[in-house]
Design a protein around this ligand. Sequence first.
Ligand code: SF4
Length: 520
Amino acid sequence: MKKVLIYNFSGELAEITHLFPSERLARIAAIARTAGHDPLIIDRANFSGLLEFGADFLQHLGDMSYADHDVIYDAQVQREVDNLVSLAPDLLFLNLWHGAGFKFSFDLARELKAKKPDLQIFGVGQKVDWFGAHILELEGQAFDGLIMGLGYAAVECLCAGKPISETPSLIYRAPSGETATGDHSLLNPDDYPAPLYDNDVYLDLDRKIPVYTLILSNQACPNQCVYCIRPTNYGRSQQRREIAEVVKEVQWLYEHRGVTHFRIEDSTPPPRALTELAEALAASDLVGKVFFCAFSRVDSNGQEDFELLKRAGFISLFFGIESLADEVLLSLSKGITVSEAGDTLKRAHAAGIRTVGSFIFPTPRETEKSMALTLERIRELRGSLDSALVLAAGVYPPTPWGQDPEKYGIKLDEDYLDRVIIYPVKYMLPLREWPPYPLTYDLMGRPAAEVSFDDIVDVHEVFVKTVREDFGIPGLPDYYFLLAHRLAQHPTAAAAAIVPLMMSRDYAGLEALFQRECAK
Ligand code: SF4
């Protein structure tokens, strides 16, 4: 029996979702236990971890650049290394998150390997999806491999002690020095054990915010939007889970952990899967007791029964719309039309579901005309759009934009790869306070070579200001509507209570808010 550690450190609390229990980590633990091992999840993104590391250290870490070291930081890494080594692990799955958590986890892996050379360390998670093999090129890296996408088959093989070279979905360095990737086979989550949420395995689970994640499929997406990393990492062939299995998971979490709020994580739920789930819930004794938010597409999820979803407890839906200018939607290979966006938003909103539209602005080759058109159509839809999220286009290596930038009017800086991999995404701050992107793109009729990061920020700010101030549409993610429901507050009041506590790093205050409000 091996001691299998599953570790996550997200750094500063940049997104409230960091505090939601991780289905991915819990399922890795379940696979390890089924293989006969002794798993332990140390997920430091909880109130206990935030208070133990402390606001001062987390702020300090957030201000450090990737290559920085100092006495305080190095001592904290060493403390965590000693803590993990004392648990005598044989195998470590390390969640690699963007932002400051990545720097800490990367240094942690190196120091752990120095102290315990026989420990096998595998990276999983978002940063692997974004940068894959490039992480293995970073100086001082100590990973034995990186697991792409869901990677359950890889975890199973590694727990069974199979050779790295025979492990699917694993990026590793071959003896030749070249990076290699195992076969990326299709998998269905139902073929693997259910996530393990025992308190003696998932430590300090009660110090997280009890919004649990569900998945309805293998998270593949049949589309191929030019900015998206998902098809590369999760595939394009959707494997639907049995809805009965999903409901079983909800029932277990409700009965054993008192969970009432869930986030469905599929970025593109299979068509009608949300409706099938709603049908099953509506026919069960869970109805009225459990609540959900989810992602969805305006086309493939446009035929969901939104009234039924509402009755089954769906609070909000996130729609990736990106633009309401036809030529931009075409250039993004988004595969949706302006009229589909309008129809679906109107029907979902009319059913009483809070609608969240996500936009990319600006996109490469955005023009005054496409900007005006998108704004005008958002204005027309404002009665059906409860929230609009806006981010300026960024470029990740495994996407069509990253693979063939010139074709899309994108100019990557010469040191793009070195900088993008350690780029500190700062979701809590306005774009103007982010470091310059290591890239630029054609914008407003000007070639990329003449467009600076400030130019991108300038048009982004005008767009956001118009949406917020002229149209009165807030920028609340889908899960804020769910949290507001849990806190029994209006969504804007809930955000006004949560965000300042996060910004001021008042983690005790944030925990008290959830304990106080949820106890009512
Ligand atoms: S953006 Fe959404 S729809 Fe497009 S490829 Fe990615 S997951 Fe699929």
